[in-house]
Design a protein around this ligand. Sequence first.
Ligand code: GLN
Length: 486
Amino acid sequence: MSLHTLSVAELSASLGRREFSSVELTQHFLDRISSSNPALNAYITITAERALADARAADQAIAAGTAGALTGIPVAQKDIFCTDGIRTTCGSRMLDNFISPYDATVVERLAAAGTVLLGKTNMDEFAMGSSNETSWYGPVRNPWDLAKVPGGSSGGSAAVVAARLAPVATGTDTGGSIRQPAALVGISGIKPTYGRVSRYGMIAFASSLDQAGIMAPSAEDCALFLQAIAGFDPRDSTSVDRPVPRYSAELNSPIKGLRIGILKEFFERGLDGPTGVLVNAVLDQYRALGAELVEVSCPNLPLSVPTYYVVAPAECSSNLSRFDGVRFGHRCENPRDLMDLYKRSRGEGFGSEVKRRIMTGAYVLSAGYYDAYYLKAQKVRSLITADFKAAFSQVDLLIGPTSPSPAFDLGAKVDDPITMYLNDIYTIGANLAGLPAMSIPCGFDGHLPVGVQLIGPHFGESRLLSAAHAYQSVTDFHRRIPAAYV
Ligand code: GLN
């Protein structure tokens, strides 16, 4: 049986009916990982023993009648989430030897829900990148075409779900790292509202933007897993104490009369190729489903990329100062003195993109440039947030492309950081404003998948998921699997 083609809901029902055990299901995925991961390079760490132990515990819970909706379902964790007793690298040489002494809240909650940990997925170093090429562990390959990137920074999570080496994976999104890779590999990915999912134990890149979310084939799968990780956590001071809706129960909310805003700034330039044609077809599909589409404008949105590349490096330069070779992580050999220890440990431990961000961040925060760059960027950030607020007084959701193009060639953009940064031109706005957003597959440009993006008002996850589900009820792009992995 092709266990890897079943949805989370189907897996859960079949486990409950004892059609197969969680141990059998887990072994099926471990076998797929053994044969396909060497070429894809999507997992950094495979936790086979732990997975089988989790699966045995899940089978006992199912037998005892104490199982929940996710009991026994295998999951892959992005290697940015701390996992107790398991190596947690964040894609960096700096943490190559780091074994976390505790679990991130996301990890703890998925374990408490009875899921099975398959392993830790490859990612851009400290989540900085859009192609997974900044990872110390080498690039991940796109399952649709091994010469192409899978997107980033959650490129490993994207690839394992697309190739069905896990039914679902976690991701994090600071400027697009769930949505852009989801689009480039043809899966669904949701970045929740800032504060909806705890950041405790999630290695920090840019704390005011970072948010954990779910990557899975369908919106329905995303809903089930988001339910398990969302909710207040007193260990994260930015976690919001607000009840979590029943996302799965609300998936079938009617689309008729839903007001969807076509984001003018996203459609007026650069969308004339195949991506534009496919995204425009989604608008027609939503009209056919009974939604009302209206054009709305967020005039400051075109400033989101330069704003982000001031704010995110500023926060990263502060967050990454903790990696000093003293307490944990990489330490250079035979330091002469403390300054030499700092310099060489950091010089050896970090890759060039991370160093570029730390230097940019230190610069924009420095006494002479703070007002000109950091303060200015924060002001523009407020304007962008206000634009979205005004837009959501007219519409329920916003729609636009996720990424300007489908997956590009490995190596094509590595030497040109600005071109690489422009990959996130459509995704960064939602991070700056803290809004929930998701990408779902909407077709193919040649043999490569293309995604469409939905953005919601704060805590509008249910609306996003139900709109995505409605689209997926009348299309099958989310069910397509690359030929080599069927
Ligand atoms: N690609 C963006 C960056 O390089 C976003 C990364 C992310 O969301 N973690 O910063």
